[in-house]
Design a protein around this ligand. Structure first.
Ligand SMILES: [Fe+2]
Ligand SMILES: [Fe+2]
Length: 205
């Protein structure tokens, strides 16, 4: 992709970069740059358009710093469905909201919108771009955890991501499901469906 909405990718990256710099916290802004970089790296490994991956990675958390009230208001005003898990964990809505903002503000393609929509809990219809954004979000270079066990898992997903994106995705989903269950938190059914789809497709670790 050279242009989107008749402006060059370079110009659009600059525009999104400025918007994020002005609205996100320093930490989230750096994370966004990290995801852009990782998404570009993975896109070149797996042979998809690096510009598409960069734009999507950069913008993926654009809706992340809304308060719960703002998210629910945005969802209502923009006809975004709030499912039963999102009603409890309102923050999950940042994925659907981010996709909607990018559609309206930057004219992102449906594929790019879906990659943003699926980046938090996954979706059984994820394509290669969506898988790359999901894994880039979890493995960008700025990520690290206080617990050794989580850092070991992170290293494993980083290694797998360079060899087989499906294995990286399955390993990440398994680890986060185990963690969510141990914390006695709600599991989103889309994570289970994504996992089942990978297993049915023959992915193994
Ligand atoms: Fe996110
Ligand atoms: Fe993120």
């Amino acid at each position: 992709m050279e242009k989107l909405n008749n402006i060059s990718v370079e110009e659009l990256l600059n525009r999104i970069n400025n918007d994020l710099k002005n609205t996100l916290s320093e930490k989230r802004y750096k994370h966004s740059l990290g995801v852009m970089k990782k998404a570009e790296e993975l896109a070149s490994i797996y042979g998809i358009d690096t510009n598409v991956a960069k734009l999507t990675g950069l913008a993926h958390d654009i809706g992340k710093e809304f308060s719960d009230e703002e998210m629910l208001k945005y969802a209502k005003e923009n006809n975004i469905e709030v499912d039963n898990v999102e009603k409890v964990n309102v923050g999950l809505l940042h994925a659907k909201i981010g996709a909607d903002i990018c559609k309206k503000k930057y004219n992102f393609t449906l594929e790019m919108q879906n990659a943003i929509k699926y980046h938090t809990v996954g979706n059984e219809n994820m394509d290669l771009l969506a898988k790359i954004i999901f894994v880039a979000d979890k493995t960008e270079e700025g990520r690290n955890y206080k617990k050794d066990e989580k850092n070991e898992q992170l290293q494993k997903v980083r290694e797998l991501s360079k060899i087989d994106i499906n294995k990286a995705l399955l390993y990440e989903i398994d680890s986060s499901l185990i963690y969510t269950i141990q914390k006695h938190k709600l599991v989103h059914t889309d994570s289970i469906l994504t996992r089942n789809k990978l297993l049915k497709d023959g992915v193994n670790i």
